[in-house]
Design a protein around this ligand. Structure first.
Ligand code: KG4
Ligand code: ZN
Length: 335
């Protein structure tokens, strides 16, 4: 019988300090996520310097809390998986140094994980990923379609040419005076309104690329024009109209990609996978087209270390290792 493999994952790429222990890539033994969201909300967005300082204050406590929750010690884990990038460099550095230190002191392999690979592998916590598959990655910093023939074989077939979808959500939220991060609030508001505003369907072409800056600007212009005329904007209707365009273009291009690549498995990854309009919209088209759809549970959609430990397990199995000089990278291609 194969021995169970326990991976300790660490995630600190943005404003969540998170540590998790995952068994065999799919079973969440213990996870701790410490969000700094309330602090950054005072500034309307993540302040990198504050984020890294808070990671420094919290990382040791979060590691200890996770181990206590799991009833384990570092000696019981097989490897340490760490998000090395992309993300905020100061935030990443805190996690990377913590992981390097644990790996060195306890003589455990260090496994480097790309943050977006983490979001993709979060799906394993719901259902084992089956290949070939198409991954729709929708987060605060990424919007792309990725074709995967097997574990860690990432072929990006299209991506955003400007804003990421989460970024557009947050900017739309800001212009209608919702606090940061506004994505979930726009999502909620959209259910109280109707799609009545004439907004453009962005980059409705034959490629697998996306563009959200035009749609975002259309929303901002609409609000400004209304303000200038002294008219009230209906925020619920605006949220409904914006969300409707986003869902339409994402589902349209995703289904086209699945058909052209003859793929029957779709997974969704990233913070915006928590969006109910996208979840419902994809479910509807996947049911209609006989596609197996997997979307992570809400708690695994936004940043967390469970996904890093899961991705770390498959990387560990493939022999991926980093050594003590692993560098944090603010930008890096998915690999
Ligand atoms: O993946 P994530 O936690 O961080 C990045 O790696 O970027 O994604 C955060 C993004 C934010 O832009 C947030 O507003 C958005 O995900 N988000 C949502 C929802 N929940 C989170 N956007 C729309 N609807 C939601 N329900
Ligand atoms: Zn993320």
């Amino acid at each position: 019988m194969n021995k169970d493999v326990y991976i300790l994952g660490i995630e600190s790429s943005c404003d969540e300090t998170s540590v998790s222990i995952v068994k065999n890539g799919c079973e969440d033994i213990a996870t701790v996520v410490l969000s700094q969201m309330d602090t950054h909300a005072n500034f309307g967005g993540v302040v990198p310097e504050i984020a890294s300082r808070m990671h420094v204050e919290n990382i040791t406590l979060v590691i200890e809390e996770c181990l206590t929750k799991a009833g384990m010690t570092i000696k019981d884990v097989d490897a340490i998986a760490i998000t090395y990038g992309p993300g905020l460099i100061g935030s990443l550095l805190v996690g990377v140094v913590a992981a390097q230190t644990l790996s060195y002191i306890y003589d455990k392999p260090l496994v480097p994980v790309h943050h977006i690979a983490g979001h993709i592998y979060a799906n394993n916590l719901t259902r084992k990923m089956e290949f070939p598959l198409m991954a729709l990655v929708v987060s605060g910093g990424h919007t792309e379609l990725v074709y995967m023939e097997d574990n860690y074989s990432f072929k990006k077939i299209g991506g955003t040419l400007d804003d990421a979808v989460g970024e557009a959500y947050d900017k739309v939220a800001r212009v209608i005076d919702l606090p940061y991060p506004g994505g979930p609030l726009v999502d909620k508001l959209s259910y109280e309104g109707k799609d009545v505003y004439q907004l453009p369907l962005p980059l409705d072409d034959d490629t697998y690329n996306f563009s959200f800056s035009g749609l975002k600007s259309a929303v901002i212009n609409l609000v400004h024009n209304c303000n200038q005329r002294g008219e009230m904007i209906n925020k619920e209707n605006l949220a409904a109209s914006f969300q409707s365009r986003v869902v339409e273009i994402l589902t349209k291009k995703t289904i086209k990609a699945l058909k052209e690549y003859n793929v029957k498995n779709l997974i969704v990854a990233g913070g915006v996978a928590a969006n109910s309009g996208i979840r419902n919209g994809l479910k509807k088209v996947c049911d209609k087209n006989g596609i197996n759809l997997t979307i992570p549970e809400l708690k695994y959609c936004t940043d967390n270390a469970t996904m890093i430990a899961s991705a770390g397990y498959f990387a560990y199995k493939l022999g991926r290792r980093a050594n003590i000089d692993l560098k944090a990278m603010s930008n890096d291609n998915l690999k």
